[in-house]
Design a protein around this ligand. Structure first.
Ligand SMILES: [Mg+2]
Length: 402
C-alpha cells in the first residue's frame, strides 16, 4: 500500500449562526466562533483512506500539511513511527519544533493509525495494546454553581472552572461551586497560564484554594516559567497540571525531571498525535503522573483519537470535553462521540471508527482565520487584577500588560 496524497478541509465552527450554550462560542460575535476545525484525509493506492484533525493555528497548519505532502507520497502508510520521524525531520530543518509542527504531525499521525486499523480490521485502541477500560472518563467546564449542578446531574464527576475573561480567578465562586456539588464531584481550576502570574501569585492563590481539595490546579504560571513550576509544586498541596502549550515529548521530559507537574495535558490535535501522546503517557506513568488530554481544537475528530488512546492508557485521568457545543459538531462526522453519563463509550469499528462528511463541512466556509483578542478585550485585561496578583499589579504599573 502506498500513500497517493492528502486533502484538507478547514471549516468555521458555528458558521451557520447556531449558537451553543457553551461559553466557548464567542458571545460577542453572533454567528462566528473562536474556532476553526481543520480536517485532513490521506489517500492510498488501495482505496483505503484515513482521517485526522489538527489544531493550534489551523490556517497555518493547513499550509504546512500541503507543503509536507511530498514527504508522505509514495510511502507505505503502515509504518507510522518511521513516517512520524520523517515528517518531523523535514520540518525541523526549517526550525519547527513547537506546536504548529505538533499540530501537523497530530493530524497526519491520526490518519495513518486510521488507515492501519482499517487495513487490519481492528480499532486503533486494539493496535495500542487493547483496552484498559470500556468507558473513558470526560470532564466538562462549569464556572457557576447552577452549571456545575446541571453537569453533575448529567453524570460528570470532574468539573473545571476557569479564570474570567479579565484573567481573574473568582475564589468565592469556586467555593460556591464546591458548596453546590458537594464532595462527590471533583473540581479543578484552569488559570490559563496568565502572563501576569508570578510565582508568589501562584503560591498565594494555590494556598487559598487548598480547602477546596481540587483534583488539579492548571497552568497557574505562564508556560515559559517552567523553572518556577517545581517551586510552586513544593509550596502547595494541590496537584499541578500543565502541558496544553507544549508540542513535543522533550517538553514533558523537562517537566517531569524538574518535578514540576502531576497531570500532563497534551492536546490531541497539536501534540504530535497518538504516536507521541502515547509516549508522553508512558513518561507520566514512569513518574507517577497522570494524563488528561486537552481539547484545544475542541474538535470532534481529534476527540475520537483521544478516546482510542485513553482506552488503552492506564494512567488516564479524563479527557477534556466541550459539553453543549455547537450543534453542527455531530453533523460533520459520520459518528458522534458523546460523553454520556460523564464518560465516552470506546468505539469498536476498525481504525478510528469515524469519517468526515465533506458536503457538511463545506457548508461552513471560514470567515475568520483565527480568533485574536480585540482592543476592548486587551483593555479589559489591563484593567483586571485580583487581590492576590501583586506581580500582575506591578507589571501593569510598569505599563507592559495591555
Ligand atoms: Mg487550559
Amino acid at each position: 500500500m502506498r500513500i497517493t496524497g492528502l486533502k484538507t478541509w478547514l471549516m468555521q465552527v458555528a458558521g451557520d449562526g447556531r449558537r451553543a450554550k457553551a461559553r466557548s462560542i464567542a458571545k460577542d460575535k453572533p454567528g462566528l466562533s473562536r474556532r476553526n476545525w481543520l480536517f485532513l484525509k490521506i489517500y492510498t493506492d488501495e482505496g483505503l483512506t484515513g482521517v485526522g484533525e489538527c489544531s493550534g493555528w489551523p490556517s497555518a497548519i493547513r499550509t504546512m500539511l500541503h507543503d509536507l505532502e511530498p514527504v508522505l507520497k509514495g510511502e507505505d502508510p503502515q509504518h507510522i513511527e518511521r513516517l512520524w520521524h520523517k515528517v518531523k525531520l523535514a520540518a525541523m530543518g526549517h526550525g519547527h519544533v513547537g506546536t504548529p509542527l505538533g499540530g501537523a504531525l497530530a493530524g497526519i499521525d491520526m490518519a495513518l493509525w486510521d488507515i492501519k486499523g482499517k487495513a487490519l480490521g481492528q480499532p486503533v485502541w486494539s493496535l495500542l495494546g487493547g483496552k484498559v477500560r470500556d468507558r473513558v472518563p470526560a470532564y466538562a467546564h462549569a464556572d457557576h454553581p447552577e452549571r456545575a449542578q446541571d453537569l453533575a446531574e448529567r453524570g460528570f464527576t470532574l468539573l473545571k472552572a476557569s479564570s474570567t475573561s479579565r484573567g481573574e480567578v473568582d475564589v468565592k465562586r469556586l467555593f460556591a461551586i464546591r458548596e453546590a456539588v458537594g464532595d462527590k464531584v471533583d473540581l479543578c481550576l484552569d488559570a490559563k497560564g496568565a502572563p501576569w502570574m508570578g510565582l508568589q501569585d501562584a503560591i498565594a492563590l494555590g494556598r487559598r484554594l487548598e480547602p477546596l481539595r481540587l483534583a488539579f490546579y492548571e497552568e497557574p504560571l505562564p508556560p515559559e516559567a517552567i523553572l518556577d513550576y517545581p517551586k510552586l509544586r513544593q509550596a502547595v498541596s494541590t496537584p499541578i497540571a500543565t502541558g496544553e502549550r507544549y508540542g513535543f515529548l522533550g517538553d514533558f521530559r523537562t517537566l517531569f525531571e524538574l518535578g514540576a507537574v502531576d497531570v500532563i495535558q497534551p492536546d490531541t490535535g497539536r501534540s504530535g498525535g497518538i504516536t507521541q501522546m502515547r509516549k508522553m503517557a508512558a513518561l507520566a506513568e514512569a513518574f507517577g503522573g497522570m494524563i488528561a488530554p486537552h481539547s484545544g481544537s475542541l474538535g470532534p475528530l481529534a476527540e475520537f483519537a483521544a478516546v482510542h488512546l485513553m482506552a488503552a492508557t492506564p494512567n488516564c485521568l479524563a479527557i477534556e470535553r466541550v459539553e453543549d457545543d455547537w450543534p453542527g459538531r455531530e453533523e460533520v462526522l459520520t459518528n458522534a462521540c458523546r460523553a454520556e453519563g460523564g464518560s465516552f463509550a470506546v468505539p469498536d469499528l476498525p481504525g478510528l471508527g469515524v469519517d468526515i462528511i465533506e458536503s457538511e463541512i463545506e457548508r461552513h466556509p471560514v470567515q475568520l482565520s483565527v480568533d485574536l483578542p480585540t482592543a476592548a478585550a486587551t483593555a479589559e485585561h489591563a484593567q483586571g487584577g485580583s487581590d492576590f496578583a501583586w506581580t500582575g499589579l506591578l507589571r501593569r504599573r510598569a505599563g507592559y500588560l495591555g
